[in-house]
Structures are given as structure tokens and as C-alpha cells.
Design a protein around this ligand. Sequence first.
Ligand SMILES: Cc1ncc(COP(=O)(O)O)c(C=O)c1O
Length: 448
Amino acid sequence: MPISHRGNAPDNATLIGFTNLRQARTTRPMVIEKGRGIFLIDENGREYIEGTSSFYSAALGFSDPELVEAAVRQMHQLPAYASGLYRTVPAALALGEKLAAMAPMANARVTFGSTGSEANDFLIKFMRFRNGHRGEPKRVKIIARALSYHGATVTTAPLGGFPGTARAFNLPMDEVITVSQPDYVNAALPGESEAEFSARMLAEIEQAIEQAGPATVGAMILDPVSFSAGCVVPPVGYLPGLRGLLDRYGVLLFDDEVINGFCRTGSMFAAQTFGFRPDCMTLAKALSAAYFPISAIVMDGDFYDALERGSDEEGIFSHAATYGGHPVAAAVALRTIEIIEERDLLGHVRRVGPRLLKHLASLDGHPMVFNTRGVGLGGAVQLHSLPDNVGARGRAMQDAMMAEGLLLRVVKDSINFAPPLIITEAEVDELFARFTRALAAVERTERT
Ligand SMILES: Cc1ncc(COP(=O)(O)O)c(C=O)c1O
């Protein structure tokens, strides 16, 4: 019997995040009961297109029978076992090997967590272990870009400096250095070229390192295309220049591919799309198409070797997580990657992505649209903000899109698109048709 939950309790026991808690407790949330491809059905039988893949995660849509089968097969064979203490399971070993071979890094090594937050949190912990054992215990500060999101834990929530995720929870910020998001569209000076803008962003980072004291800075973490900041695509020269700058200061580059990884930006990993070499990558979400919680930390050989030397000194690397390398999660992730390869989803993204981006670009010049942008199979439409009311149009669009049966992530007045990788060209057209109808509805309401 499928689990159902009926009734309209005005006092929900379940806390649902990124909400106003009182409102979420006392009103019935949207309850999704079923999914098929890119479509979802809620408890009232209403159908929606999930145009941002449910937190950018459900890369293969919501009904892939082969992933279900992979999970069931592993459930029957061995449903649970922890990796640690010289024990593991075949799926964890096979997945580690696969990711190490795919990663754009030399001699990559892999370990697992359950969530993107955990992957970033563990990676920062590993960095501290590494630096401590290299005789640089003070190298603990992390540079992050404003309006980034790297996780929900005490260590990761402050990375990005959203007031709601860090200050509001009274989290320690002393070891976080926040620099600007390289948002050329919104932050360029009059007449500034993209290359000049990138140079200015890099100068700001250099200054921040100098100010913090170079010997205290361990790493910079970034998501190459920042969806949390409204789909900010890195400006020309920024990432290659950044790599050189960080190398000069011995600062590591942590590439958070939790959203960007697995074809989203038009390559398997965004590091390939934008041509830079990360020291470590974190993966989650599309890694298992979100059918099972799993994340991965991929380290290049040098970073890993330092961990191994530290472990020799200690006699042990005292780190593991009960669900890191969970057999069912690893089996689902392996099958996800096989499907991405077998069905050539990278080729598919390269064919379908331009259609989405063409639709978005067709709104350039629309009286309500400030800018459109995108890369691969992701993009955004940024609306002109209403004077003194930033976010009001975004909220109006949210309601109008819901009425049209379209779920997209709204960031202030930007609306992000990142549909499941399996979306067809006809479905892209349908998604965009719903979006333009919603836009027209908001335009009409504003006129009356
Ligand atoms: C870029 C990025 N990194 C890390 C995370 C954290 O992942 P999780 O929610 O699985 O902990 C997210 C979540 O949205 C993310 O977008």
C-alpha cells in the first residue's frame, strides 16, 4: 500500500525548512505523491513540470525503472553495511574506481558521505588534517563567494554569507572569508569589459588573502555556476586566473560540483566546461539522480597523499560515516552513471540545452526582463526588480507559475531553470510555454 497522508491538520508535526515555520506548521504544504519523467502529481491530482529537478537533483526524472531495479537488486543482495575498519562493499569500491577514472584530476581518490553538506564539511575537515600534518595548523580559513550555498552544517552554512543561513543561526564565521560573487551582469562597472571585471574580482580575492594573512588561508570553495546566486556563469578569465592566484598563495581550490556535476553545464563536470584544475571536487545530487542519498569527495593525488602521510603519523585516519558508501546508495549511483553514459545524456544535453537557452534568449528585450543567461542545460531569467520591492516580481511569478503547473526556483527576481537531463525538446517547449503564460499573467496583473 502506498503511504498516504490525508487531512488538513493545522498543526503539522513535521518541520519543513526554508519556510516561515509558523506558516508551514499551520498550512498544508504542497504534497507531491507521484512522478513520471519530468512531471510530478500532487495529492490533489494536479500535474507540474519540475523545471529545477527538485533542488537541482533529480537528473533522470522521477520514474526511471532501471534505477529502481538497481536499488531493489542491491536491497536483496545486501541492504546495509558500513564502510570502515578495513571492511566495505563491492558497490562502494566500484563507484570509487569509476569516479576516480572520470574526474579531471591526476591520481584521484574518492570517499563518500550522504549529502552535499556532508561532503563539503568532511572535505574541510580533511583539509585541516592535511594542513596540520604539514606543519601549517593555522591554515584553516576558507574563502567562499557571497550568495553561494555549500551546505546546512555548522561549518558549511556560513560559506556564502547568506544572512539567513549563517547569522540567523549564530554560527561561527571567524574562519570564513567572504568575497564577491563574480556576477558580471549585475555588478560590472559602467563600461567594464568581462575580462576587466574578472581581473577586479581576482584583485579583491588577493586582497582578502593578504588581509587575512596568507598563512591562515587553507582553501577557496566555489560552485562554478552559482545557481543559489541566480545562475551566475563565471566571466571570461575568472576561473583560470583564480587557479593561478590561489597557487601563488598555496591555497587549495575546492570545486563544489554538487549541482554542476554530471552534464549540467554541458560537460561531465564544470571544471571541464570552464577549463580549470580543482584540487578536490564534491559531488552529490545527480550522482545518484537523487534516488538515494549519497555524496562523494574526489581528491587529487597530492591532496590524498598528504592524508596518507598524516595517517601514518597518527597510525589511523579517524574518519568514517555509517552511511558513507552505503551499498544501496552506491549501487544506485553506479547505475546512474552507467545510464548517463549508455544513453549519452551528455550528447543529449548538448542537443537540448541550446533549445532551452534559445527560448530564454527570446525574452531579451521583454519589458519585464532585465537579463537572460545560461550554460549547458541550466539558465535564468532575471526580471527587472520593482522599485523598492526587490523580490516582489519573483514572488508573483512563483504564484503564476504554480497556477500554470510549473515549478522553478526563484531567487529574488531571477528564475532558475535546470530541468532533469532527460527532458525532451518538446518538453522544453512545453516548459517554456508555461513560463511565458505565467509571465504574461504577472504582466496583466501589474497593469490592472
Ligand atoms: C552547490 C551546493 N553545494 C552543497 C549543497 C548541499 O547539499 P545537501 O543539501 O545535499 O546537503 C547544495 C544544496 O543545495 C548545493 O546547491
